[in-house]
Design a protein around this ligand. Structure first.
Ligand code: SF4
Ligand code: SF4
Length: 109
């Protein structure tokens, strides 16, 4: 079975959700300072991985993300990236070098 690791990190206004397998790393970067709190992504997410944050308090000046991400539920499908009108979500994919291939090449050298 394919092993999937997930982790979450926060850097300034960026909430970074990461999914890693042997082959690739996918980073979902949510910059909440760019988020208008329209909740389109909350409605669209096929996994119900997004929910509204404390919008009323944010409207009164609280510094908090308008959208909360449930990392366990997120399937890294990219729907939120594609439909966000303010481009608050970004997704990057990094292919990782196949370890077995690298080892095989080393063994031959
Ligand atoms: S669609 Fe974009 S602007 Fe709207 S709530 Fe989601 S992240 Fe924020
Ligand atoms: S990547 Fe897909 S599953 Fe994850 S929060 Fe965005 S829409 Fe939901």
């Amino acid at each position: 079975m394919m092993e999937i690791e997930k982790e979450m990190d926060v850097q300034d206004s960026h909430i970074l959700a990461k999914q890693k397998t042997k082959e690739r790393e996918i980073l979902l970067d949510y910059d909440y300072k760019k988020c208008a709190g329209c909740s389109i992504c909350v409605a669209l997410c096929p996994k119900q991985a997004l929910q509204e944050g404390p919008l009323q308090e944010i409207a009164k000046g609280l510094d908090a993300p308008p959208v909360l991400i449930d990392l366990d539920a997120c399937a890294f499908c990219g729907m939120c990236v594609n439909f966000c009108p303010t481009r608050a979500f970004k997704m990057t994919l990094r292919e990782l070098p196949a370890q077995d291939m690298a080892e095989a090449t080393e063994a031959q050298a």
